[in-house]
Design a protein around this ligand. Structure first.
Ligand code: ADP
Length: 427
């Protein structure tokens, strides 16, 4: 029997880029060969056969709801055309949404387009401390609305009740399946889900630990559309066997082009600062000073030359700075100007260094990664092994053919850059 299908089975729609890679890495870890694409209209000659799952990375979390719905529906149509038979809407494990947020409208639109009555809502990611208890989302030991996320600048989270939130955003009624049912008899769980699906549009699942996610994964076969964080992908493979798809961890391997590695860091998070300090101890490193860049005492050409000269030593180029320096830069140069200057410089460096022969690019910073992927204009990646949880190696399958490892904010431990370098070059 073939160990994969010609057509992908699972079509996933993710509402942001790093969330898409996070989900893709869960799918790969459970043995599904997975492709991540960055836009719906990928090249007509893109080879899609042989993948079990396709993840589309959208940027719809905080845009206007009507745009979010329209883009998600277009993604769904594309996935259907590819032959996908099961669909997964991936959002953040903190259910990043206000009462008038986008998750509800997108779920409603997907349900209607698929002519379905009901879906499951499973935002939990217990390994990262996101759990759902009695329908309430917790971040560590605090309900969502008492966690630091209550003051999030884009999506302030003022209510922890997922049932209330989804009812406020969507058009239907929600019900909670409590953890006692999740961890009870599995036949009874399956039955409870089926009964809930007769009466409710949204079924909010309690999830206290990874064992709960595994049980959930085994029992959502009846739902053509499932929704949640990347955690929901922990154990989806059991139902794939009915399509002749046998999970195979060797699918994690990617074809790595040999060649030099460049590390670009635009994140200023506390962990990234430690990662930069650690990596500098044993590797060449160059700081881009925004003030010098502006008064031309440090030029782009000098930085590029330095990178090329240090090509064989996996150089690090960084703008990473302390909180105090970032505030000074933002107040003297301006927030948007400094952001465009620094992200733009790192993105151009990635582009020009690839032209100069670099094959592996490691990036620290969510926005910085977005700017780099956009500049490189890569449309599709095969997902490889993880550098750290939620940070897989992305192997581009449209030009330029390179490997990327993109991490945002506080992901990874102190040795992240060294680990990435080893995983990229020692396979
Ligand atoms: P993270 O994932 O840690 O939030 P991002 O790349 O998303 O990282 O955001 C970091 C932001 O800080 C980027 O817009 C980047 O351009 C900006 N930045 C980086 N270095 C500096 C600096 N030295 N001064 C001011 N802003 C900076």
């Amino acid at each position: 029997m073939k160990n994969h299908l010609q057509k992908p089975i699972l079509g996933c729609i993710a509402d942001d880029f790093t969330g898409a890679s996070d989900l893709a890495s869960f799918l790969v870890n459970s043995g599904l060969r997975t492709l991540q694409v960055n836009r719906i209209q990928v090249d007509a000659d893109l080879e899609l056969d042989g993948y079990d799952a396709i993840v589309i990375a959208l940027k719809t979390r905080t845009v206007d709801a009507s745009i979010s719905v329209e883009t998600s529906l277009a993604a769904l149509q594309w996935l259907k055309k590819l032959g996908c038979r099961k669909f997964y809407f991936k959002y953040c494990s903190t259910f990043d949404s206000t009462p008038d947020g986008n998750i509800g409208p997108v779920i409603d639109a997907l349900l209607d387009a698929l002519e379905l009555q009901s879906t499951i809502i499973c935002p939990a990611l217990p390994v990262n401390g996101r759990t759902v208890y009695m329908g309430h989302l917790f971040v560590g030991d605090a309900p969502l609305n008492e966690s630091p996320l209550k003051d999030h600048p884009l999506t302030p989270m003022k209510d922890s009740s997922v049932v209330r939130l989804i009812e406020a955003q969507g058009q239907g009624k929600a019900v909670n399946i409590p953890y006692t049912c999740i961890e009870g008899d599995e036949m009874a769980l399956k039955q409870a889900l089926l009964e809930a699906a007769q009466k409710y549009r949204y079924i909010v699942l309690d999830t206290l630990n990874t064992a709960h996610l595994e049980r959930i994964g085994r029992n959502v076969e009846a739902f053509t559309l499932i929704t949640g964080s990347s955690g929901l992908a922990t154990n989806l493979t059991s139902e794939f066997s009915k399509y002749g798809c046998i999970p195979d961890s060797s699918k994690r391997a990617v074809r790595l082009p040999d060649g030099p590695t460049l590390i670009l860091s635009g994140s200023c998070s506390a962990m990234t600062q430690r990662q930069v300090a650690q990596y500098k101890l044993k590797h060449p490193a160059l700081y881009i000073d925004p003030f010098k860049l502006l008064d031309h005492t440090q030029t782009y050409e000098q930085i590029l030359d330095w990178a090329v000269q240090n090509k064989s030593a996996a150089p690090l180029i960084y703008t990473t700075s302390s909180k105090e320096i970032v505030s000074k830069v933002q107040s003297e140069i301006g927030f948007e100007t400094s952001q465009a200057l620094l992200e733009g410089t790192l993105a151009k460096l990635a582009h020009d260094c690839i032209k100069a022969g670099f094959k592996n690019i490691v990036v620290a910073g969510g926005e910085t990664s977005g700017a780099i992927v956009k500049t490189l204009n890569i449309h599709a990646f095969e997902i490889g092994q993880s550098v750290s949880p939620g940070v897989p190696i992305l192997h581009s399958i449209t030009p330029p053919i390179i490997n990327l490892a993109l991490k945002s904010g506080n992901f990874g431990d102190q040795t992240f850059f060294q680990t990435a370098l080893e995983k990229l070059t020692c396979q």
